[in-house]
Ligand binder design. Structure first.
Ligand SMILES: [Ca+2]
Length: 446
């Protein structure tokens, strides 16, 4: 039921308006200069043509799966307010640009998943417009939840809307016609465009049986499709009921922020929490989570870490040594800065002079090591040690064991073994290794 490719996936998350402007001719009105600090409303002209143009960059980095935040026609820069679920936004290049991108991604042996926003739409969606115009006489009246006999938007909306935001009316999922409509969207982009999965927005606000239906119809179209949920809390129930393959692992992200970025917990607390999290989920789901150190909804990790690049490197080392498909939020690999939304959605700096080269090299190396060693992708995780700010995490498959020795403290530590291990980077062999302050080693048994 869960596609096996997810165990070998390394994701790259793209916010399309901010990654690359491949075609300025289709820019929306009012585009701001590339690299200017983003505001809530600013548009920068990034598009899917730009992503296709940068596939060499992504392949060189080593990622093999893309997650795009919403691409369907919508008025905002983030496009979580869909107007037309069956067409890609013209400013992103329209349907043709998505087809070209999907085909180009597949030609490189890579995958691509899209963002499905099925909790709500835009108040400019034609069905909601119809309700606004015709009230109870609208054919779509019971597609939404309106208190009264006509829509009121000001001063307060009288209909269910996302987080009380009037421009995002919520679908009435108790109406079977609504479900059929949204499920036809799920099918369309798999069947007609060959996308490899859906990331489902705000899953915790959707009826669980609807989420289960999304997963079911997605797999009917293609059993190899990946169904990922945005779940901020503990995801056990979603897995128990077969509603999702994996979740965006925000609980692991929180633990990394507390232990490494903010130094609010020690290695023992971190390891205990991560271990209990691991055992809370069925192992096949744990291996299929999307593990992250950044997203469009959180301040950049480097900012949370007080701009200490070494902390970002340690978090990345842990992520790439832990089960789940590790994800890079565009720009994290070159040290792109950013505070909470909208600042965490800055334009990708294509001027290489602005890149942190060491960081970029580190991400390259971590991806390559993960792809070279199946233990890092498929091995069972086990903490061998966790004290102070030092931990050792083992990953084991039948013919290989790899140990991450991670030192998030300001004193040198030692990793000791009863038999010989080999450092995967510098080739040193021994039974005892120094691990520098704010540093790590990846060691293979034998
Ligand atoms: Ca453009």
């Amino acid at each position: 039921m869960i596609p096996t490719w997810i165990r070998d996936a390394v994701f790259y998350q793209i916010f399309p308006d901010r990654f690359c402007n491949g075609d300025p001719a289709i820019d929306p009105p009012g585009v701001r200069p590339w690299g200017e600090p983003p505001t809530r409303e600013a548009v920068f002209g990034g598009d899917l043509i730009g992503i296709t143009q940068k596939l060499d960059y992504l392949e060189d980095l080593g990622v093999n799966a893309l997650y795009l935040t919403p691409v369907f026609t919508a008025p905002s820069n983030h496009k979580y307010d869909t107007v037309d679920y069956f067409h890609v936004d013209p400013a992103f290049g329209g349907d043709a640009a998505l087809r070209t991108l999907v085909d180009a991604v597949h030609a490189r042996g890579m995958r691509i998943i899209l963002d499905g926003v099925f909790n709500h739409c835009s108040d400019r969606h034609p069905f909601f417009r119809d309700v606004m115009g015709n009230g109870k006489n609208s054919n779509y009246w019971d597609w939404f939840t309106v208190a009264g006999d006509h829509v009121i938007q000001y001063p307060e909306p009288n209909y269910a809307c996302w987080a009380g935001v009037r421009v995002m009316p919520e679908w009435n999922h108790t109406n079977p016609a609504v479900r059929d409509y949204l499920l036809s969207v799920v099918r369309h982009w798999i069947r007609d465009y060959g996308i490899d999965g859906w990331r489902l927005d705000t899953v915790e606000y959707l009826p669980p049986d609807f989420v289960r239906a999304v997963r079911r119809v997605a797999k009917e179209e293609n059993p190899n499709v990946y169904v990922l949920g945005e779940v901020m809390g503990i995801a056990t129930a979603w897995f128990k009921h077969g509603a999702l393959d994996g979740v965006m692992h925000y609980k692991l992200w929180e633990a990394l922020v507390r232990f490494i970025a903010e130094e609010q917990s020690d290695a023992r607390e971190f390891a205990a929490f991560v271990r209990s999290l691991w055992f809370s989920y069925p192992s096949e789901n744990g291996f299929s989570c999307y593990t992250l150190i950044g997203s469009h909804d959180k301040p950049r990790f480097i900012r949370l870490a007080g701009d200490d690049v070494r902390k970002l490197a340690l978090a990345a080392a842990f992520l790439f040594s832990f089960p789940g498909a590790p994800a890079i939020y565009y720009g994290d690999e070159v040290g792109l800065e950013g505070d909470k939304d909208p600042d965490c959605r800055r334009c990708f700096p294509w001027d290489e002079a602005q890149w942190n080269r060491e960081l970029r090299t580190l991400f390259n190396r971590l991806i390559a090591l993960r792809q070279d060693h199946s233990a890092l992708r498929r091995g069972e995780p086990r903490f061998l040690d966790a004290h102070g700010r030092f931990l050792m995490l083992s990953r084991t498959v039948p013919d290989e064991e790899i140990v991450l020795a991670l030192n998030a403290g300001d004193r040198e530590e030692r990793a000791r073994f009863s038999q010989a291990y080999t450092d995967l980077v510098d080739g040193t062999v021994g039974t005892e290794f120094t691990v520098p302050e704010m540093g790590f080693r990846l060691l293979r048994r034998g």
